[in-house]
Design a protein. Structure first.
Length: 117
Protein backbone atom coordinates (compact mmCIF):
# COMPACT_ATOMS: atom_id res chain seq x y z
CA UNK A 1 0.00 0.00 0.00
CA UNK A 2 1.19 3.56 -0.69
CA UNK A 3 1.44 6.08 2.17
CA UNK A 4 2.55 9.69 2.56
CA UNK A 5 3.48 10.91 6.05
CA UNK A 6 2.89 14.53 6.93
CA UNK A 7 5.77 16.70 8.11
CA UNK A 8 4.36 16.72 11.65
CA UNK A 9 5.35 13.06 12.09
CA UNK A 10 8.88 11.83 12.79
CA UNK A 11 10.69 9.79 10.14
CA UNK A 12 10.61 6.82 12.52
CA UNK A 13 6.86 6.47 11.91
CA UNK A 14 7.41 6.28 8.16
CA UNK A 15 10.12 3.66 8.74
CA UNK A 16 7.65 1.45 10.64
CA UNK A 17 5.50 1.28 7.50
CA UNK A 18 8.48 0.78 5.19
CA UNK A 19 9.74 -2.04 7.40
CA UNK A 20 6.29 -3.65 7.07
CA UNK A 21 6.71 -3.63 3.28
CA UNK A 22 4.68 -0.56 2.35
CA UNK A 23 5.62 2.15 -0.13
CA UNK A 24 6.00 4.99 2.37
CA UNK A 25 7.31 8.51 1.73
CA UNK A 26 7.22 11.72 3.70
CA UNK A 27 6.05 15.17 2.72
CA UNK A 28 9.64 16.31 3.28
CA UNK A 29 11.00 13.58 0.95
CA UNK A 30 9.02 15.24 -1.82
CA UNK A 31 9.91 18.83 -0.87
CA UNK A 32 6.36 19.65 0.21
CA UNK A 33 7.33 20.91 3.67
CA UNK A 34 5.42 24.05 4.56
CA UNK A 35 2.89 23.59 1.75
CA UNK A 36 -0.78 24.22 2.48
CA UNK A 37 -2.92 21.22 3.46
CA UNK A 38 -4.89 21.46 0.20
CA UNK A 39 -1.71 21.02 -1.85
CA UNK A 40 -0.54 18.05 0.22
CA UNK A 41 -4.01 16.51 -0.13
CA UNK A 42 -3.98 17.07 -3.91
CA UNK A 43 -0.59 15.37 -4.25
CA UNK A 44 -1.88 12.40 -2.22
CA UNK A 45 -4.88 12.17 -4.54
CA UNK A 46 -2.73 12.33 -7.65
CA UNK A 47 -0.33 9.66 -6.31
CA UNK A 48 -3.12 7.50 -4.81
CA UNK A 49 -1.40 7.61 -1.42
CA UNK A 50 -2.97 7.30 2.02
CA UNK A 51 -2.14 10.42 4.02
CA UNK A 52 -1.06 9.85 7.63
CA UNK A 53 -1.01 12.98 9.79
CA UNK A 54 -1.48 14.55 13.20
CA UNK A 55 -3.32 17.46 11.57
CA UNK A 56 -6.96 17.35 12.69
CA UNK A 57 -7.95 19.67 9.82
CA UNK A 58 -8.10 16.48 7.75
CA UNK A 59 -10.96 15.26 9.99
CA UNK A 60 -13.20 17.84 8.29
CA UNK A 61 -15.08 15.64 5.82
CA UNK A 62 -16.56 18.69 4.09
CA UNK A 63 -13.12 20.04 3.25
CA UNK A 64 -11.58 16.59 2.66
CA UNK A 65 -14.32 14.12 1.60
CA UNK A 66 -12.89 10.66 2.36
CA UNK A 67 -14.31 9.16 -0.83
CA UNK A 68 -11.98 11.34 -2.88
CA UNK A 69 -8.80 9.92 -1.32
CA UNK A 70 -6.87 6.67 -1.13
CA UNK A 71 -7.36 7.14 2.61
CA UNK A 72 -6.89 9.70 5.37
CA UNK A 73 -5.46 8.56 8.70
CA UNK A 74 -5.40 11.13 11.50
CA UNK A 75 -3.52 10.21 14.67
CA UNK A 76 -5.09 11.94 17.68
CA UNK A 77 -2.66 11.85 20.56
CA UNK A 78 -1.62 14.33 23.21
CA UNK A 79 1.65 12.47 23.74
CA UNK A 80 3.58 12.85 20.49
CA UNK A 81 6.67 11.00 21.67
CA UNK A 82 8.31 8.56 19.27
CA UNK A 83 7.35 5.52 21.40
CA UNK A 84 3.68 6.59 21.48
CA UNK A 85 3.59 7.32 17.74
CA UNK A 86 5.29 4.00 17.08
CA UNK A 87 2.54 2.29 19.11
CA UNK A 88 -0.14 4.08 17.07
CA UNK A 89 1.65 3.05 13.86
CA UNK A 90 1.64 -0.60 14.84
CA UNK A 91 -2.07 -0.38 15.69
CA UNK A 92 -2.76 1.08 12.25
CA UNK A 93 -0.70 -1.66 10.59
CA UNK A 94 -2.70 -4.31 12.47
CA UNK A 95 -5.96 -2.67 11.39
CA UNK A 96 -4.81 -2.69 7.76
CA UNK A 97 -4.93 -6.49 7.83
CA UNK A 98 -8.72 -6.38 8.25
CA UNK A 99 -9.79 -3.02 6.80
CA UNK A 100 -8.83 -1.04 3.70
CA UNK A 101 -8.52 2.73 4.26
CA UNK A 102 -9.41 3.59 0.66
CA UNK A 103 -12.16 6.20 0.57
CA UNK A 104 -12.25 6.40 4.35
CA UNK A 105 -11.16 8.64 7.19
CA UNK A 106 -9.55 6.79 10.08
CA UNK A 107 -9.31 8.71 13.34
CA UNK A 108 -6.90 6.88 15.61
CA UNK A 109 -6.96 7.73 19.30
CA UNK A 110 -5.72 5.95 22.39
CA UNK A 111 -8.91 3.90 22.78
CA UNK A 112 -9.93 2.96 19.25
CA UNK A 113 -9.88 3.59 15.52
CA UNK A 114 -13.01 5.35 14.28
CA UNK A 115 -13.71 4.88 10.58
CA UNK A 116 -15.85 7.26 8.52
CA UNK A 117 -16.82 6.90 4.89
Amino acid sequence: MKFKFDENLPMAVCRVFRDAGHDAVTVLDERLGGCPDKKVAAVCQRESRVLVTLDTDFCNILAYPPGEYAGLIVLRTVDQSKPMLSDYSHRVLAALTVENPSGKLWIVDQQRIRIRD
